[in-house]
Write a protein that binds this ligand. Structure first.
Ligand SMILES: Cc1cc2nc3c(=O)[nH]c(=O)nc-3n(C[C@H](O)[C@H](O)[C@H](O)COP(=O)(O)OP(=O)(O)OC[C@H]3O[C@@H](n4cnc5c(N)ncnc54)[C@H](O)[C@@H]3O)c2cc1C
Ligand SMILES: NC(=O)c1ccc[n+]([C@@H]2O[C@H](COP(=O)([O-])OP(=O)(O)OC[C@H]3O[C@@H](n4cnc5c(N)ncnc54)[C@H](OP(=O)(O)O)[C@@H]3O)[C@@H](O)[C@H]2O)c1
Ligand SMILES: Cc1cc2nc3c(=O)[nH]c(=O)nc-3n(C[C@H](O)[C@H](O)[C@H](O)COP(=O)(O)O)c2cc1C
Length: 589
C-alpha cells in the first residue's frame, strides 16, 4: 500500500470538509491510494485503507460486513468488503487494517467460505502478519457447545502470526445488535480515524445505533420490524403411516414491499405454546395478570412469556440465581432435594429449572433473567417468479420426549398448530447471496435435498420453469418411506413430465432392510454426476448439517476420485475450486 498525495489539492476551491469528503469518495473509486492513518491533517485528510473480511454461511455476517463498510466510509476509511473464500495468507499479509466478522457452524467449525483460510491460518508458521492491525467479531449461538469457536480461532491465530489486536474480540449471541454495534464503534475508533459520524447510526434512525443487514433495509419490514403476514395455508405433506410431520406453509406478502430471491430464507417470529406458558405460570405460582417490564414496555406476565421470552435453554443468569439451588450442596443446605436428573446434568428448558428450584423467583426477577425469543430461519420454497405476492416454507415439526416431558420445537409447532389461527405471523426476508441458482439459465444444476432440504430446490425448479431456463436439472431427494414421505410428489413428477426436472433420483431409507440414502444414489450415478460437473454444473446441498451434509461431501469426493480418475489430492483441489468459483453451495442446518 503506497502513501500517496491527496487527489484534491490543498489550493482547490473547497472547504477542508468538502476536500475530505471528495478525497474519501475518490479514494474509494481509485482503490485506496491515499495517506494511511497517522498522516492526517486538514489538508491531507486521513483515509485509512480498511479490509472487512467475512465468513458467513447464511448471510448474517456478510450483511453486517456491508453495514460495517458503510459506517467505516462515513468515518473516513476507504473500506473494502472481502469474502474469506477470495483471499489467502499472502494477500492478508499485505493488509494494514483488518476487521474480521465470522459465524461458526457445525460443531465449532468455520462456515464453508472460511474453511480454506481457517485451515491455512491454523497451519501457518512464522509471523507473516506483523504489519496487520486487526479485531474480530464472532457471531454464534450459546445453544451450541462450541460457542463462536471460529471467531475465537481466527482471533488467536492472527495474534500468533504477528498481527496486532487493536480492540478485544467480541462474541455475539443470536441477539447480536448491541454487542456488534459496540464492537464496531470501538474497533473503528481504535483503528485511528475519528468518529466523524458521532455514533453508529442506522439508515432509518440516526440515533438508535441499530445495525441491520442490508437485505432487511431494502423494505420497511425487518427483523426488528417484521411484516405481519397473513397465513394462507398450512398443509401436512406426509401421508398416513409417516413418522414425520412436515408442513407446507404459505404466507401472503401483498402490500409488504418485501422482495426475495430463490435461495433466500424467511425469518419467522414465533410465539410460545400456551400450554408451556401455563405450566410456567403454575410453577411460579402466578395467574398471568402480574405486570412485568419487557423491552416493549409493561405487559401482563402471560403475554410477555408468550411473545417476548425464550423459554428454551435456560440462560446462565437464570441458572446462577434460580438454578443455584439445584446444585447438590445448595440443595442439601436448604433442606430440599432437587430431582436427580437436574443435579446430574444441565436442565434442558426453563420449565425444568422452575420445577426443580426450591424457591421461586418473583415474576420481575424471573423475566429479567430470560433471553429474548429469537426468530427462526426457513429456506424459502417458492419462487417470486412463480408465486407472486406469496412466500412458501417447508417446515418439519420438532417434537420429542426428554426427562419424562413432551417437548415441542417453538416455531415449527407454532406454525403447525397455531399458524392459521394466529391469522398473521411476523416475517422478514433474510438474504442469502451464497445460495443462488446459477446466473446463466443454461448452466446445469445438481441438487441434493433430502427431507426438508427439498425446500430451496422447489424454489429453484419453479424459478427455472417460470423463466423457461434451458439448463438441465438433477434432483436427489430422499426420506423415510415412499408412500408417506415423498414430499411434493405430484409437483416433482409434473416437473419431470414438463422436462424441467431432467433427472430425479430417490432414496427412501425405510422401505427396505438396509438404509438407502441420497449419497448412495450419488455413488451409483458417479459417472454421469462427474460428467455434469465437467459440463459446468453447480452442486447444491440443503438439509441436515450434522450427518447428511457431511456424508454427501464424502460421497462427492468419492465420485470425483472414482469417476474422474483423480488422486485424493487432485480431488480436494477440484472440490476447492468448485467452492471458490461458487459452484458448490450449501444451505445446511
Ligand atoms: C438457514 C436455515 C434454513 C432452515 N430451513 C429450514 C427449512 O426449510 N425447514 C425446516 O423445517 N427447518 C429449517 N431450518 C431449521 C429451523 O430454523 C428451526 O431450527 C427448526 O424449525 C426448529 O425450530 P423450532 O423453534 O421448532 O425448535 P426449537 O424450539 O428451536 O428446538 C430445536 C432444538 O430442540 C432440541 N432438540 C430437538 N430434537 C431433540 C431431541 N430429540 N432430543 C433433545 N433435544 C432435541 C435441539 O436443541 C434443537 O436445536 C433452517 C435453519 C436455518 C439456519
Ligand atoms: N440445527 C437446527 O436448527 C435444526 C432444526 C431442525 C432440524 N434440524 C436437522 O434438520 C434435519 C432435517 O430433518 P428432516 O426431517 O427434514 O430430514 P432428515 O431427518 O434429514 O431425514 C431425511 C432423510 O435423510 C435420511 N438420513 C438420515 N441420516 C442420513 C445421512 N447421514 N445421510 C443421508 N441421509 C440421511 C433419513 O433417513 P432415516 O431417518 O431413515 O435415518 C431420511 O430418509 C434433522 O435431521 C435435524 O438434524 C436442524
Ligand atoms: C447448523 C448450525 C450450526 C451452528 N453451529 C454453531 C456453533 O457450533 N457455534 C456457535 O456459536 N454458533 C453456531 N451456529 C449459529 C450461527 O453461527 C449463527 O446463527 C450466526 O449468526 C450465523 O451467521 P451467518 O448467517 O453469517 O452464517 C450454528 C447455526 C446452525 C444453523
Amino acid at each position: 500500500m503506497n502513501a500517496s498525495v491527496p487527489l484534491i489539492p490543498d489550493n482547490a476551491p473547497f472547504s477542508p470538509e468538502q476536500r475530505a469528503w471528495l478525497n474519501g469518495f475518490l479514494a474509494g473509486v481509485f482503490s485506496r491510494t491515499l495517506a494511511p492513518v497517522g498522516a492526517s491533517s486538514l489538508a491531507t485528510p486521513a483515509l485509512a485503507p480498511l479490509t472487512i473480511l467475512f465468513g458467513s454461511q447464511t448471510g448474517t455476517a456478510e450483511g453486517l460486513a456491508k453495514k460495517m463498510a458503510k459506517e467505516a466510509g462515513k468515518r473516513g476509511f476507504a473500506a473494502t468488503v472481502l469474502d474469506m473464500a477470495q483471499t489467502d495468507l499472502a494477500k492478508l499479509a499485505a493488509e494494514k487494517n483488518l476487521l474480521v466478522i465470522t459465524s461458526t457452524y457445525g460443531d465449532g467449525e468455520p462456515p464453508d467460505n472460511a474453511k480454506a483460510l481457517h485451515a491455512a491460518l491454523k497451519a501457518a508458521g512464522d509471523r507473516p502478519l506483523t504489519s496487520v492491525r486487526f479485531s474480530v467479531c464472532s457471531l454464534g449461538d450459546t445453544n451450541y457447545a462450541q460457542f463462536c469457536q471460529c471467531g475465537k480461532d481466527l482471533d488467536a491465530w492472527f495474534e500468533r502470526l504477528g498481527a496486532t489486536r487493536v480492540t478485544p474480540r467480541t462474541d455475539c449471541d443470536l441477539d447480536y445488535d448491541a454487542p456488534f454495534t459496540a464492537w464496531l464503534d470501538a474497533a473503528l475508533n481504535a483503528l485511528g480515524v475519528g468518529n466523524v459520524g458521532g455514533g453508529l447510526p442506522s439508515d432509518s434512525d440516526s440515533t438508535s445505533g441499530h445495525v441491520a443487514p442490508p437485505a432487511e433495509e431494502e423494505s420497511g419490514y425487518t427483523k426488528k420490524n417484521p411484516f405481519p403476514a397473513p397465513v394462507l395455508t398450512v398443509r401436512n405433506l406426509n401421508g398416513p403411516g409417516s413418522a414425520k410431520e412436515v408442513n407446507h406453509i404459505e404466507f401472503s406478502l401483498e402490500g409488504s414491499g418485501l422482495a426475495y430471491e430463490a435461495g433466500d430464507a424467511l425469518g419467522v417470529v414465533p410465539q410460545n405454546c400456551p400450554d408451556l406458558v401455563a405450566d410456567i405460570l403454575a410453577a411460579l405460582g402466578c395467574d398471568g395478570e402480574e405486570a412485568v417490564t419487557t423491552p416493549s414496555g409493561e405487559l401482563p406476565l402471560r403475554r410477555a412469556l408468550t411473545e417476548y421470552y425464550d423459554l428454551g435453554k435456560p440462560s446462565a443468569e437464570l441458572l446462577s440465581v434460580v438454578g443455584g439451588a439445584l446444585r447438590p450442596d445448595a440443595a442439601s443446605e436448604s433442606g430440599h432435594k432437587a430431582p436427580p436428573t437436574l443435579t446430574a446434568q444441565a436442565p434442558h428448558h426453563v420449565i425444568d429449572v422452575l420445577l426443580a428450584a426450591p424457591t421461586k423467583p418473583s415474576p420481575a426477577d424471573f423475566v429479567s433473567r430470560l433471553k429474548k425469543i429469537q426468530p427462526r430461519l426457513y429456506s424459502i420454497s417458492s419462487s417470486p417468479k412463480a408465486h407472486a405476492g406469496q412466500v412458501h416454507l417447508t417446515v418439519g415439526a420438532v417434537r420429542y420426549e426428554k426427562d419424562g416431558r413432551t417437548r415441542k420445537g417453538v416455531c415449527s409447532t407454532f406454525l403447525a398448530e397455531r399458524g392459521l389461527a394466529a391469522g398473521k405471523v411476523g416475517v422478514f426476508v433474510h438474504s442469502n447471496k451464497a445460495f443462488r441458482p446459477p446466473a446463466s439459465d443454461d448452466t446445469p444444476m445438481i441438487m441434493v435435498g433430502p427431507g426438508t432440504g427439498i425446500a430451496p430446490f422447489r424454489a429453484f425448479l419453479a424459478e427455472r420453469r417460470a423463466s423457461g431456463a434451458k439448463g438441465k436439472n438433477w434432483l436427489f431427494f430422499g426420506d423415510q418411506k415412499a408412500s408417506a414421505d415423498f414430499l411434493y410428489r405430484e409437483e416433482l413428477t409434473a416437473l419431470q413430465s414438463a422436462g424441467t426436472l431432467t433427472r430425479l433420483d430417490l432414496a427412501f431409507s425405510r422401505d427396505q432392510a438396509e438404509k438407502i440414502y441420497v449419497q448412495h444414489r450419488m455413488l451409483e450415478a458417479a459417472t454421469e454426476l462427474f460428467a455434469w460437473l465437467e459440463q459446468g454444473a453447480h452442486f447444491y446441498v440443503c438439509g441436515d448439517a450434522s450427518r447428511m451434509a457431511k456424508d454427501v461431501d464424502v460421497a462427492l469426493h468419492q465420485v470425483i476420485e472414482k469417476a474422474g480418475g483423480k488422486s485424493p489430492e487432485a480431488t480436494v483441489a477440484y472440490i476447492q475450486s468448485l467452492k471458490t468459483t461458487k459452484r458448490y453451495q450449501r444451505d445446511v442446518y
